[in-house]
Design a protein around this ligand. Structure first.
Ligand SMILES: Cc1cc2nc3c(=O)[nH]c(=O)nc-3n(C[C@H](O)[C@H](O)[C@H](O)COP(=O)(O)OP(=O)(O)OC[C@H]3O[C@@H](n4cnc5c(N)ncnc54)[C@H](O)[C@@H]3O)c2cc1C
Ligand code: FES
Length: 258
């Protein structure tokens, strides 16, 4: 399907936000689901690139992406008015029902992309978000989370904004004061593992959004599988594109991802 690009702006160094004209199927998307994009009209790059749904309003879908390699570089050069070959929504997103008393979101780096959309769906009385990035200029959407009723705490690796340090350490400190009923996390796999381990030790349910290389994006090629555990401890491979990208953190075999 080809949709019109409405905007494409650099919102922080190397990070772009793209607005795309809405289509019918995407209007019922769940937070954590993604779209699959052909970044060029040639065979280079051949494979589509997955990007999470960042926001949806009455007339556009927004994506937030970091320029990594050839695909995202090509995307960053697209202009409003051009058409984009895009498929979605795809995958299994965050489970937001039933709404518990208190929720916590932990977002690292470009992990902020799917969690702002998630924040719109969370109805808990107490809502907290911890955002971490390398530097202050990469901290996005603090105000937007506040408007949605979230208490916001920020860390940067270099201490240029918020508290100096890693968002995983802020999360551990937070748990000494309060225990959220559920944690949602998105970001680099090392962060997800730390959050998953901490939640496991404290008995807090945790959902994580996992990134992996993808080919078909619809569950057919098995190119995106990760190792997970069954309740009896046996190993089972699950597809990030179809069974995920959001998983219950307790079933992920983190050692195989690090
Ligand atoms: C479900 C899902 C949602 C994602 N959502 C976002 C998002 O909202 N914003 C964002 O900036 N990034 C997101 N990513 C990561 C994004 O897909 C990659 O950064 C992008 O595919 C890199 O493509 P490239 O051609 O620029 O880089 P290249 O390095 O040239 O890509 C080479 C290959 O590696 C794959 N690849 C590289 N990095 C990643 C990665 N981190 N995860 C998965 N595949 C990768 C590409 O798909 C491609 O097949 C998401 C990944 C997944 C799996
Ligand atoms: S990318 Fe083909 S099965 Fe997931």
């Amino acid at each position: 399907m080809k949709q019109e690009i409405l905007s494409n702006e650099e919102v922080a160094p190397g990070i772009f936000r793209m607005g795309i004209a809405i289509w019918k199927r995407i209007q019922s998307a769940c937070p954590g689901q993604f779209v699959h994009i052909r970044c060029s009209s040639t065979f280079e790059p051949l494979l589509r690139r997955p990007l999470s749904i960042h926001e949806i309003d009455s007339n556009e879908v927004k994506l937030l992406y970091k320029v990594i390699g050839s695909g995202t570089k090509l995307l960053s050069e697209k202009k409003p008015g051009e058409k984009l070959d895009i498929v979605g929504p795809l995958g299994h997103g965050f489970n937001v029902e039933p709404s518990p008393e208190s929720v916590m979101i932990v977002a690292g780096g470009i992990g902020a992309a799917p969690v702002l959309f998630l924040a719109h769906f969370l109805k808990a009385a107490r809502k907290q978000v911890l955002i971490g990035a390398r530097t202050g200029e990469l901290i996005l959407y603090e105000e937007e989370f506040k408007k949605l009723g979230f208490s916001v705490e920020v860390t940067t690796d270099d201490g240029s904004y918020g508290k100096k340090g890693l968002v995983s350490s802020l999360f551990e400190e937070f748990l000494k004061r309060e225990t959220p009923a559920i944690v949602y996390a998105c970001g680099p796999v090392a962060l997800l593992k730390e959050v998953a381990d901490t939640c496991g030790n404290c008995g807090i349910p945790c959902q994580v959004s996992i990134e992996n290389q993808m080919a078909c994006g619809v569950g057919a090629c098995l190119g995106c599988v990760i190792k997970t555990k069954e309740k009896d401890g046996s190993t089972i491979y699950r597809r990030v594109c179809k069974d995920g990208p959001v998983f219950d953190a307790s079933i992920v075999s983190w050692e195989s991802l690090i």
